[in-house]
Design a binder for this molecule. Structure first.
Ligand code: MN
Length: 192
């Protein structure tokens, strides 16, 4: 059974950029709900229960299972690991990933150029979803958005940076002002 991973910081640690109430509800209610739905389906498949969720998503098309269950694993399994990853890349203090900064600079020209392009993608993504910087498996970085809780692992990619642009991630503090949320979020991304 999958359990909710603890946040690596307090609910108020990302203030004032991400407010305490949003972090509390986002982690303890939204993330927990994805885990509950995922566990309910995995109960039916003994062989899959102990498989890391990343691997379930990479191999999702190959499983002999009810299509409704496959959809739950895609949405709720994605919802679980997308959030689990997102919590770990944020923090109240910077913890720069020098290798990642080098790769970003090599691929996009500079960290600032990367931030501009990633911001543009995140702000303009239509509806709920995520913005991603991924390793595409060929040792190359790519950025794109996905709808809903679709995970890069579905495409065999590995997340390096992610940004949740579901309204539940920002609505209490920023209401409809997604661009302001994204601009402020760079302050709590600890990696670059
Ligand atoms: Mn979310």
């Amino acid at each position: 059974m999958i359990t909710l991973p603890a946040l690596p910081y307090a609910y108020d640690a990302l203030e004032p950029f991400i407010d305490t109430e949003t972090m509390h509800i986002h982690h303890s209610k939204h993330h927990q709900a994805y885990i509950d739905k995922l566990n309910a389906v995995l109960e039916k498949y003994d062989l899959l229960k102990k498989t890391p969720v990343e691997n379930l998503l990479q191999r999702l098309k190959t499983f002999n299972m009810d299509e409704k269950d496959r959809t739950v694993i895609k949405n709720s399994g994605g919802g679980h690991i997308n959030h689990a990853f997102f919590w770990t890349i944020m923090g109240p203090e910077k913890s720069i990933d020098k290798l990642l900064v080098e790769r970003i600079t090599h691929t996009f020209g500079s960290v600032d150029d990367f931030k501009k392009r990633f911001t543009d993608l995140a702000v303009n993504h239509f509806g709920s979803g995520w913005a991603w910087l991924v390793d595409n498996g060929n040792n190359e970085l790519e950025m794109y958005t996905t709808p809903n809780q679709d995970s890069p692992y579905l495409s065999g990619h590995t997340p390096k940076i992610s940004l949740d642009v579901w309204e539940h991630a920002y609505y209490l503090k920023y209401q409809n002002r997604r661009a302001e949320y994204v601009a402020n979020w760079w302050n709590v991304l600890k990696l670059i």
